[in-house]
Design a protein. Sequence first.
Length: 267
Amino acid sequence: MVDIFEEVDEALSRDKYQELLRKYGPWALGGALAIIVGTVAWQGFDAWQTSGREAASDSYAAAMTQVEAGQLPLAAASLETLAGQGTAGYVPLALIQRGNVALEQGDNAAAADFFEQAAAAASDPLLGDMAEIRAVWAAWDTLSFSDIDLRLSRLVNGESPFRHLARETIASAALRADNYERARTQYQFLAFANDAPAGVSARAREALALIAQRAGPAEPSADDVSADTMATDDAPVDDAAAADDAVAEETAAETEETPDAGDAGND
């Protein structure tokens, strides 16, 4: 009798399990399949990224070898291909190097365009700031002082490592535009800034000497003018006091001589 009950229980258990499996099995299988597919896909994506980075690195190295060998047309084509198909990290680097190649080829307008593209594509602020300054330098002859001041003021007023170079560029543009006051202000800052690179400070001092030759010494500040005015106003008062002292001394001398003259007359 016990065996019969056990067989019945086993049959009921199997039926219940089969029912649960039919009801929830597809969902469980789908979830497990999704986990497996996701894991495989991530591994594949990571491998693809690694492969892509390695390929971009190899392409970049090959392009730089072409640059060093003087094969500028080949390097330009390689860098443009890398900028269009490479991974995100190599795109701005490829654009910057492509701009450098354009400069070597004498095409400043194209170089400025590549540097601007690099500044826009760079996720690293340092790389973007460098590309922005390079773009201004490449387009130097076509930009006015106002254009340069507007484009680089952000770097000057921030904490960018290139802030001193940006300030020097603005000062140079001001000097070129004969805006001596603005140029002098910027160069004075660079000449005495403790954290400015030695080369930048040295060039700033040379520029200040040039400005002094062209425009003369700096105009006195408002405080200096006030001090000079006070000194000038005080001078007449001092002169009047000295004159009064001289008159008083002369009067005293005459007073002392008068009794002597009277006594002589009486004698």
